[in-house]
Design a protein. Structure first.
Length: 611
């Protein structure tokens, strides 16, 4: 048996039965080849609450995303360590190839990357540079992944490039299934006409070391029947309802496999089917979520979920379907991972997945820059004030909001050897207090797509700091090492590591931020939390995969007195930028709660941050 067969056959079917009742969906059917439902014995697990809302205080939320499907796949792949045994490559526009690849990759603890037919996208090349795979397997024929791509791939491995392919998606899935030994525990059968069932099924198939094959609704392609006859699985699992795969086609597939019947996992729609597939997976405290509107994020994510033994559920961009919510309520996840950016799954939907909101916290404002009426006068210290001007909002709010424009030149008067413009609150935040620092950043269209890449180069935007200024702040928001992507960086003995790094910077959009810090010299007491809103709702910024990062927020370099919060634009001297750097800040406040500190570029903030 495979690593989870016993669990799948017994315990998870019990959970499936309970979940089905809550969803109002009939139990997955076992149909004999003759055509009428067979009698089935169902165990019911007691004590599982399907409807009560979860307490989400301990749920961590992570979003893995890139600028597009290729970038998201690359970011997912970076969850593996360099030197992986194998990487699978599939066409980024064909779900049949990538889902079959994901099932196989998931069974081998391997990532899936996506490509265009005629050339590797940049994010895929960057991921391959990082992964340094021992070998590479292309899934798809030359029309899907051309020989030019194969030639490119050969430079990323010393172990050779293999191709698994058929004449079409059905044949390619059969070619992948041909790598499994006969007598496998199960084969998953999905429709080749729509993506949703295959991509959530790929996680279950990968976890159970089983292949996924495709069929048409009313007839089974020859490539599929031939592979079923060779595999002779112990079980045929049909994904989706009769609208996706008819009973007649399922019976034909079962007969080809030498089986007397099949088991169907099908709900009223793709979300309900995904929920039922999820119930086949063990509860290990983690759930992965992808959009039900497109396939690319979840096919590559399915390989990651399979290696961790967790399910992939589907959501809409702007809401969690009832079937998906039932899965969340039936389990007790400590970690929810969202695949794709806010264009695929909004910040509010991601937060909804993580659970309930905390209590109301109206709070007190400790510092408000209020630049519309006060200019720079409320700041305790300003460096190169002539480079900071009050202007109209360059975004949609226009003249209705005044903001600060920062423009820094290489030739400017330097502070600690760096060209900079900087505005600091008064030194007013004592050790032992908690502060919520709110501000907004805006990067105009002229912001460089690529910064000079010399090691050590940096651009800093915000941090909490204090005297005696002997080094650098424990934590900062900025950019580093040539990439125009936002990073939250932690200083550990002046050796910066990166608890969080975003996809490449989005220009022409306000990024609203709230950074919460407990100020302490004790790394078991001090902590940091981060929240962001780019117009899709407030979302948690995970720091080392957690909603809260414990660390020394005051160290020897800033322990000489009360702290201040600064907004700034400064960078490494001698970076060789072609011209000045320009960006904008707005709504700079420090307060005792999220609600009091949160900027309003995208409307009135909620009373509390997402959990």
């Amino acid at each position: 048996m495979s690593r989870s067969t016993a669990l799948r056959i017994h315990a998870t079917r019990a959970l499936s039965a309970v979940l089905l009742l809550a969803l109002g969906i009939s139990h997955p059917q076992f149909l004999p080849a003759g055509g009428t439902p067979a009698q089935a014995t169902t165990q019911v697990t007691e004590g599982i609450n399907q409807t009560a809302p979860r307490t989400a205080a301990s749920v961590d939320l992570i979003r893995i995303s890139g600028a597009d499907r290729y970038g998201t796949a690359g970011e997912i792949a970076k969850r593996w360590s360099p030197g992986v045994a194998v990487v699978y490559i599939a066409n980024g526009t064909t779900f049949t190839d990538s889902s079959a690849a994901a099932a196989k990759a998931g069974s081998q603890d391997a990532p899936v990357l996506l490509t265009r037919p005629d050339g590797l996208p940049g994010p895929t090349m960057h991921a391959l540079d990082y992964l340094k795979p021992q070998r590479i397997v292309i899934v798809g024929n030359r029309g899907k992944v051309g020989d030019a791509v194969r030639n490119q791939l050969s430079s990323y491995t010393t172990g050779g490039v293999q191709r698994l392919a058929g004449a079409d998606g059905y044949g390619t899935a059969a070619a992948v299934a041909g790598t499994y030994a006969a007598g496998t525990d199960a084969v998953y059968l999905a429709t080749g006409d729509a993506f949703a069932d295959a991509l959530t099924g790929a996680a279950a198939a990968g976890y159970n070391n089983s292949p996924i094959l495709y069929t048409q609704r009313g007839s089974v392609p020859a490539d599929t029947t031939q592979q079923l006859a060779r595999l002779k699985p112990q079980e045929l699992i049909v994904l989706g309802g009769t609208g996706a795969i008819s009973d007649s086609a399922a019976r034909t597939a079962a007969t080809s496999a030498g089986l007397s019947g099949f088991r169907r996992i099908g709900g009223s729609d793709r979300y309900a089917t995904a929920a039922l597939i999820a119930s086949e997976m063990p509860d290990r405290g983690a759930i992965w979520a992808a959009t039900g509107a497109t396939f690319a994020d979840s096919t590559t994510g399915s390989a990651l979920a399979a290696t961790q033994g967790g399910p992939v559920v589907l959501v809409r961009r702007d809401g969690v379907p009832a079937a998906t919510q039932q899965v969340m309520n039936a389990r007790t996840p400590q970690l929810v991972t969202v695949f794709g950016g806010t264009a695929a799954i909004s910040g509010s939907t991601a937060s909804e997945l993580a659970g309930a909101s905390p209590p109301e916290m109206p709070g007190e404002v400790l510092f408000d820059a209020d630049v519309a009426s006060s200019g720079l006068s409320r700041y305790g210290f300003v460096h190169n004030a002539h480079r900071i001007t009050v202007v109209n909002d360059p975004g949609p709010l226009g003249a209705s909001r005044k903001v600060l424009k920062f423009e820094v030149h290489e030739s400017d008067n330097q502070l600690t050897g760096n060209p900079r413009a900087q505005a600091e609150t008064p030194k007013m935040f004592e050790e032992g207090t908690e502060v919520w620092a709110g501000f907004s950043t805006y990067f105009p269209s002229g912001w460089p797509d690529q910064l000079p890449s010399q090691v050590g180069n940096f651009v800093t935007f915000a941090e909490i700091y204090g005297p005696p200024y002997a080094g650098t702040a424990p934590l900062r928001l900025g950019m580093q090492h040539g990439e125009s992507r936002l990073r939250i960086q932690r200083n550990k003995n002046y050796n910066w590591n990166v608890p969080w790094s975003d996809s490449p910077i989005t220009k022409g959009v306000w990024h609203d931020w709230v950074i919460r810090e407990k100020l302490s010299k004790n790394g078991d007491i001090g902590f940091v939390e981060a929240y962001r809103n780019t117009g899709e709702g407030w979302e948690i910024v995970p720091l080392n995969g957690k909603t809260r990062l414990y660390m020394k927020t005051i160290d020897s370099s800033n322990s000489g007195g009360p702290q201040y919060h600064k907004i700034a634009l400064y960078y490494s001297a001698g970076m060789g930028l072609p011209g000045p750097l320009t960006m904008y800040f707005a709504d700079h406040k420090v307060a005792t709660s999220f609600a009091a500190a949160a900027p309003r570029s995208h409307g009135v903030p909620p009373l509390a941050p997402p959990e």
